[in-house]
Design a protein around this ligand. Sequence first.
Ligand code: NAD
Ligand code: 2YG
Ligand code: MG
Length: 260
Amino acid sequence: MTLLTPDDLYNVSRQFEKNNDIIKRATGQGIRDICESVYNTRLGNEKIGIIPITAGNGIIDNFAESLFTITNYLKLDGFITNHTDVAGYYEAVNQNADILLMADDYVFIAHNLRNGKIATNHVCTGVIYAEIASRCKYADTKDILVIGLGKVGYAGASHLIRKGFNVYAYDPDNEALNSAVQELGVHPYDIHRDGKKFCMVFEATPNENTITKDMISERCLVSTPGIPCGLSPELGNDYDVDLVMEPLLIGVASMLYSVI
Ligand code: NAD
Ligand code: 2YG
Ligand code: MG
């Protein structure tokens, strides 16, 4: 389990703006348009109650504040409850929140109290980062590489299969890889043997240097929520990679659009 640190969340809106410029350059659309088309929804003036949760490792400094910044950025009416946990939940409902955002160490949810829809960060993050990778405007095939098939990677791989892509996937955990081969129909990709290079890469691991020069073509698009980043700055420069990597806003935008 990798938890965010306050440093990861430094100036989330600036980090997002830089990434949104890259997304626009590489796909032709920004994140709001992409979310609208994936979920077929539009954000309105929903009131978002953000509830700090003390369970497990407790409050992460900047987490609730960053979610509040994100709601402002998306022109939603966000507020952080004064109380934490169950008292905070009660407060958010009494303050007429339409959507609740809250996370413990294991699950981060958005719950729309008006329509009953609920979404998790790991699924919504996987879906939106995989979708971004799949929109690379320089790609001339439907072949896409997925690196890491944990909670985020599996959800993204599943989304790509539903969209009709040829999904090649790698995970050193054989159980994770075999499940994705059997349940989803991905092609197992052997990083040591295949030698196939990709223009579209979706990476979702908590490790560095998971992407090597044998896997990618020049000017490829790498879309990764993984922290730390799996692409080294040197390889990114040498291969002129369009890199999308941001700690919170993209995944949270995906959660909010998915419950509207
Ligand atoms: P997880 O532990 O469920 O899965 C990680 C998977 O990566 C595992 O199956 C592991 O075997 C695999 N892996 C490890 N090294 C690998 C390698 N070299 N090549 C291929 N696969 C490898 O984790 P998760 O919940 O899926 O999260 C993945 C990453 O995404 C974490 O770093 C997490 O913090 C991050 N995350 C970021 C956001 C965001 O908004 N940026 C949101 C959610 C999660
Ligand atoms: O309310 C709080 O401040 C804490 N209970 C939040 C805990 C969040 C823990 N989760 C993570 O750090 C991430 N793995 C999930 C968030 C995904 C966004 N990158
Ligand atoms: Mg994100």
